[in-house]
Design a protein around this ligand. Sequence first.
Ligand code: NAP
Length: 289
Amino acid sequence: MTARLIDGVALSKSLRAEIGARAAALAAVGRRPGLAVLLVGDDPASAVYVRNKVKACADHGLHSVLETHPATLTQAELLARIAALNADAGVHGILVQMPLPRHIDPKAVIAAIDPAKDVDGYSTLSAGELMTNQPGLRPCTPFGCMKLIESTGVPLRGRHAVVIGRSNTVGKPMALLLLQADATVTVCHSATPDLGVHTRQADIVVAAVGRRHTLRADMVRPGAVVVDVGINRDEQGKLCGDVDFAAVREALGPAGWITPVPGGVGPMTITMLLANTVQAAEAARAAAG
Ligand code: NAP
């Protein structure tokens, strides 16, 4: 018997139904949630990502504005667009698709977004709110991973969670969210000499590296929950994660849980973007009185 699948598509569907209902309630009082998505340049992968985000908005009753700009757009011009969207009461979330062309500093761009509209959760203020246990907008991918873990019913309190990866957008916020849920958290990275020493003790493993087969069957213990954030390609060009999926699923046994790639974390990231946009719209409405 192999580990149970954590189905990100099914979970997304049920969460999106709730998000759609909240969006409809706001629209009914003239405050339809709005997301602005800015794309600079012609990176084909980025174009697909933004299209998916805009479509998800349309499918769930959110208003969206897609701005596409040539790669020659200057940083000053982009900052001016962000200032205009900050001032637009119909826009509750602003997302600038990364990566940006090299002449634009992503830190300056993120800092320019009104923190109340920072639906990617990447700003220093959002990171500080997470770090200090204050309510706020959480980075979408780790936020989605938490929902996936919660959906298993496995309690986090007192459990040992190991996060592989320490990026500002995935690994670090993931570790903080797990800590907030009372897990005991270990964070591993490229200088960790022996990953398996840590992951074999883990009740929960979140792999966010970007390297195939980072987590292998001999690195997990039966019954653990494994969440695979990685997006990679195998020799045949097929999408795969950081986890050696079939072998790890077997090793986890029937008491374990595992997310597939695709169909695990991926759909949850856009779902949490919608959730953050609706949350920002609800907060704007509350602030308006
Ligand atoms: P990143 O910024 O490149 O960070 C990767 C992390 O992995 C770094 O902290 C790095 O350590 C660590 N690492 C590298 N090699 C390692 C090794 N051999 N052992 C242990 N740790 C190692 O990447 P990211 O933005 O966090 O994304 C990680 C993966 O998730 C990528 O595949 C990305 O495409 C995917 N992703 C998926 C979604 C989704 O929606 N499904 C969203 C975001 C990201 P150092 O800090 O020491 O360099």
